[in-house]
Design a binder for this molecule. Sequence first.
Ligand code: MSP
Length: 640
Amino acid sequence: MIFDRKKFYVTTPLYYPSAKPHVGTLYTTVIADVMNRVYKLGGCETFFLTGTDEHGQKIAQLANAAGLSPKEFVNQMAADFKAVWDVYGIKYNRFIRTTDEDHTRAVQDWIKQLQQQGDIYKGLYTGWYCPSDEAFIAEKEVSPDKPVECTLCGRQTIEVSEECYFFRLAAYQERLLELYRENPNLITPHERFNEVISFVEAGLKDLCISRTTVSWGIPFPGDEKHIIYVWADALNNYITGIGYGNLERVEEFKKWWPADLQIMAKEIIRFHAVYWPAFLMATGLEMPRQLLVHGWIKFGDQKMSKSLGNVVSPLDLAQKYGPESIRYYLIRHLAVTQDSPFSIEDLERRLNADLAHDLGNLLNRMTALATKHGITMVQAPAQLGSAELALRDKLWSVLNDFLIDMEECYVHRAYAHVWKFIGHVNAYFHAQEPWIVAKQDPERFMQIMSAVCNSLYAIGVLVWPVMPQKMEEMLASLGVTLEFGPNLIEKLSVDPWLRAFTLKPIPPLFNQYETMTEEKKSETQPVQTEQQYLTFDEFKKVELCVGTIEECHEVPNSQKLYRLMVNFGPKGTRQILSGVKHDFKPEDLIGKQGVFVCNLAPRTMMGLESQGMMLFVEGNEGKLAMVTVGQQVPNGNPLR
Ligand code: MSP
């Protein structure tokens, strides 16, 4: 059973601090936080490890470009990661950095141990290397003349030939295949297992685990012109983070290892399902129990990634929608097993429907109705009626499904079951017509209120891992709190619904967002049966002026926007945001005279104020063309 193990150790990959966290890295981290909290509810002692992978040439280059030492640079970036995780209520036990002293020392000792036992030897490696991903992509003999494209990021690789230390990976091929055969549930989703098995079956070569071309990293013990390859350094965090290699932390290490769940996205499965188990075999340690390999969050057709520059900022999202609503959306609406697009329109629609409408309204309608009829104390009824028993049965069956999916880490499916139950509670509430019963049969009314309160209590417990603060607020408005210790989830499945509640109405828990879906647009737009005219006075109110675009900048994290600085002569220079990045390059716009609406109320987009609007016209195949003037005119001149 899911909570039998009594302890739960979960990890995320260590993120490269080459850029700030984005929605993709947030996704993995939120899944880990949610799983950690689910096991906490299940009565387990838990440990959650996350952090940053701070070594490598790319980091050194970025630091150099920023005028900082590598350590100063990673210090700043690690602080940025921690700040975002804080906003999102990520409760890790340790934030490990590969520059941490205990990690560095333990990795060097690990290398020494493997060297002594003959798992590491010195040789010569020639291959195609991707500096961006810090990975050799192919051996030189695979493609002797032409550099191959990086299979991880698509960039061109470079040829590198160097003396290096090899880890005897090939020697572990059979043991790895045996591990896969004996642990068919090691990788979720199962389909991803096949890729791993085929990769290993195709034949493993020894792995080069040191570099002489890199300066920023952990020195190779005994041969300091070599630096330990970042993956050999970083993967070990999963053991050093809980005390491996530290004599004072032997008990702690024994307590937590093996990891119960290691989470990552699919592009780094090879490192985690092949190299990492082989390292562990060489070290004489147990294998992790489960690897969750989730899909990518995409923007359009592409993976959202800092190197592709199409990332959505978690801080902007948290500010607009609240961090817990974002946690909910990521967990419930992105399928862990697949790639999923990230769309604001979908996000707003789901928040409105699932949170504001289905859950928030249920709580508010119930508390408002009860208090309207003078009830703040909801007592347990003498016995449950048939409708209440049926509702409780539904909860019990949902709990069963929830736990089955949780065990597999199918978090989106587990929470779909919970929302199905919320649907049942809403249906029950309507069917019982408590607003009528309240006047006729106070005892029955109390029975209904009690069933809704008990249902909301169960929902509060189950949803707490995703939205801890909101659920604590909700439970507080029912006069109950979560008492950790025993398995709270299991308790729900034998709960007789005899709890008493003290209602305290609270403002709506969730906001409603104005969404403009295509469907809604057509619903809200009046059908024009006859031509609608504008009076001349109305038209005169629009101030159209000519201005010259002097600067054109990209807007960080925006797919569409440019920030233009436009000279309006005597009217000054204004900042105008324009969503035309798909149609123009900055050099197409800079120096051109265009037509602008100058008296539009200022509007803030992506944190920047737009002080007007530039006019464009749609041309062939929807491509935009600039609206401009036939000959040069003084900037700021009005159109008439
Ligand atoms: N530093 C290595 C990992 C070393 S672990 C010992 C690395 N870092 S990374 O910054 O590139 O992070 C990769 C991980 O971030 C992915 O495996 C995934 O967990 C998360 N994601 C990054 N972009 C993502 C998406 N667009 N979608 C989903 N997850 C994303 O690889």
